[in-house]
Design a protein around this ligand. Structure first.
Ligand code: A2P
Length: 279
């Protein structure tokens, strides 16, 4: 992989992951997903995050293939993640689900495959299937999503391989400090989904004041804070202007005052699922 805008992090498996990826959850059917992936690739993103349950793996794959054909880009330059949905847990089921996702995307072995949710009683069996996929080289790295500290510690105790990443909701209003510290201790890369809190807090007075002072947008400030924590970020947008605006967050330098004010915004605001009570 050449060096994408914003650079890469190196996962525990040695695989390099671009620090920004386009999220395509609810990007819409057909053309809308294809167009947003294409807009992202054209402006410099080299990482797309989808999932079987988003029902748009086919369109993501089509957009990447078209970009390769039309621009001379290479598949290997784009980091692609997808996820195992809850109905497909179990050892054989997970192997079959991976094959279905790989076929739908149609771009060869995937870069990262995640357990989308810590499904009780079945997650360890599914994790063993993911370990096999990686050992056999059928996907380059494996990880989890929506795992809490307890779920990660269970994996550490009971399986051979730790996940490369844990993808969870992270932004200044949901810093999840204890979980992030656990990830760091175990060598698991935190990946931030909904790093913009789905746009619901752009009007927050502290965020707005920081953005105004730095001449940036609230979205860029939220992304800048995540990058400052060392997170990989997955902002979702279907608008080409906003896709580019989010990539430009790398140019933003948050000073100590901005970071202190944003750190104080943490108040446990979740815009997505809460896995805290999952046994
Ligand atoms: P849109 O797709 O119309 O751009 P998150 O990544 O936290 O889930 O947030 C996604 C939401 O934030 C979407 O509704 C998206 O809308 C909106 N969004 C993404 N980027 C920006 C931006 N730079 N400015 C304003 N809204 C944005």
């Amino acid at each position: 992989m050449s060096n994408p805008i914003g650079g890469t992090v190196t996962l525990r498996s040695g695989v390099r992951m671009p620090r920004i990826g386009l999220g395509v959850f609810r990007a819409g059917a057909g053309a809308a997903t294809r167009d947003s992936v294409r807009a992202a690739l054209d402006c410099g993103y080299r990482h797309v995050d989808t999932a079987a349950i988003y029902r748009n793996e086919t369109e993501v794959g089509e957009a990447i293939r078209a970009w390769c054909d039309e621009t001379g880009g290479h598949r290997a330059e784009v980091f692609v993640t997808t996820k195992l949905w809850n109905d497909d847990h179990g050892y054989d089921e997970a192997l079959r689900a991976y094959e279905r996702s790989e076929r739908a995307l149609g771009i060869g072995p995937l870069d990262l495959y995640l357990l989308h949710w810590p499904v009780p009683e079945r997650r360890l069996e599914s994790w063993r299937a993911l370990e096999r996929l990686r050992v056999e080289g059928r996907c380059r790295s494996i990880g989890v999503s929506n795992f809490t500290t307890r779920h990660l510690e269970e994996l550490a105790r009971r399986s051979e391989t730790l996940p490369d990443v844990n993808q969870v909701e992270l932004h200044p209003f949901l810093a999840q400090r204890e979980l992030v510290a656990t990830c760091q201790r175990l060598g698991i890369q935190p990946v931030a989904y909904s790093p913009l809190a789905k746009g619901r807090l752009f009007g927050d007075p502290v965020l707005s004041a920081v953005a105004r002072r730095l001449g940036a947008t609230p979205a860029q400030v939220m992304l800048g804070w995540c990058l400052e924590q060392g997170h990989v970020i997955l902002p979702k947008s279907t608008n080409p202007g906003r896709i580019a605006e989010n990539l430009a967050a790398f140019a933003l330098k948050l000073d100590a005052e901005a970071l202190a004010r944003l750190d104080a915004c943490d108040r446990g605001v979740r815009t997505a699922w809460d896995p805290t009570e999952v046994p």
